[in-house]
Design a protein around this ligand. Structure first.
Ligand SMILES: CC(C)(COP(=O)(O)OP(=O)(O)OC[C@H]1O[C@@H](n2cnc3c(N)ncnc32)[C@H](O)[C@@H]1OP(=O)(O)O)[C@@H](O)C(=O)NCCC(=O)NCCS
Length: 310
């Protein structure tokens, strides 16, 4: 058994390891090359007798104190034999050579039964859980209501403007009650240094958050998108805040972006606070003719952030 840095040459073998990761919405095919070049990413593979049997990418955030384990996978015939554990531990040691690590973080869904076990819960703490609402957007739907989209005021903000939300206590508590912001399935602590790490090309950020007489209202929505192995795109949309008065505006803004930019089927993975009134999302989606997407290959209904001390 050997563990080494992943390379361009390994790409096909790594992507062939597991069929149907996240029901065909796997982000690794889109991000594999980026992970090789991104200074905060450290991708590794594990081999057995020269054959690649697993992959894991470490993503270092929070001023070098947190390693996020991303896109981890082991070939089905080698699963359950401890190879992932060995790979994870080795990767943490390699990252520790360069950073003063304190925490390991991982995002997962409710379909991952390992995370329900006592041994997993003994070492990992559930930091937050958000609901996942899934919609499918067909390009023809968007054309039907493009007139509606053209009337929208523009409230797109630069993701760097989110820094002001980190710095204002009332807003921070309202938007990020667990002190974490998740963007593109990566968890970040509320540090301005993290904003510089976000991939600006693929981010759509909309906000109408305001404070009146110390009452915070409005919503912040941040989306990233990538091509998936099913025909089409995944559009990972995180909604922060619970005042749903402007949810229609947010959803329409993102649909406007989708209509102008993406030319195929789009699977919206809409992550929302458990406390928010989700029926308001259903109302706007129905108005826009979005299809509620239920899929036997991707049953996940929650996103979960687990952390463990290193
Ligand atoms: C997730 C996966 C890599 C685990 O591989 P495995 O061969 O079963 O792993 P191991 O036998 O080494 O056991 C996993 C160990 O790592 C821990 N672990 C850490 N992160 C984990 C994760 N994301 N999923 C499952 N176990 C995880 C487990 O708690 C377990 O430790 P324990 O034995 O002390 O309980 C494998 O099931 C897989 O490839 N799944 C398909 C790809 C996928 O969906 N990846 C998404 C990960 S969020």
């Amino acid at each position: 058994m050997d563990i080494r840095k992943a390379t361009t040459v390994d790409k096909d073998a790594v992507l062939a390891l597991n069929k149907n990761v996240f029901g065909g919405l796997d982000y690794l095919p889109s991000y594999y090359d980026d992970f090789l070049e991104n200074p905060i990413a450290m991708p590794f593979i594990i081999t057995l007798d020269g054959e690649i049997i697993g992959y894991l990418c470490a993503f270092v955030v929070d001023n070098g104190e947190t390693v996020v384990h991303r896109a981890g996978r082991i070939s089905p015939k080698f699963q359950g034999k401890g190879f992932y554990k060995v790979l994870s531990q080795h990767v943490n040691e390699k990252v520790r050579e360069r950073y003063n690590l304190k925490t390991r973080a991982m995002m997962t869904g409710d379909g991952n039964l390992k995370t329900q076990t006592d041994s997993f819960r003994q070492t990992n703490t559930l930091i937050l859980q958000r609901d996942l609402v899934k919609y499918m957007v067909l390009p023809s739907h968007l054309k039907e209501f493009s007139g509606l989209l053209n009337t929208l005021p523009n409230k797109n903000v630069s993701v760097l403007e989110v820094k002001a939300y980190f710095d204002t206590e009332a807003i921070r508590k309202y938007l990020f009650p667990q002190d974490r912001m998740i963007v593109g399935l990566v968890p970040y602590r509320l540090l301005s240094s993290n904003l510089a790490l976000l991939d600006k090309k693929n981010i759509v950020c909309v906000s109408d958050v305001k404070v009146d007489d110390e009452i915070v209202s409005g919503l912040l929505s941040i989306a990233t998108f990538y091509k998936v192995s099913r025909p089409g795109y995944a559009y990972v949309l995180e909604l922060y805040g619970t005042d749903m008065n402007s949810v229609r505006y947010h959803l329409l803004s993102h649909l406007d972006f989708i209509a102008k930019t993406l030319d195929d089927v789009v699977y919206i993975l809409f992550f929302v606070d458990k406390q928010c009134q989700q029926e308001k999302i259903s109302d706007v989606s129905a108005e826009c003719g979005l299809v509620n997407w239920i899929d036997s290959d991707y049953k996940t209904t929650l996103e979960c952030l687990f952390e463990s001390n290193l």
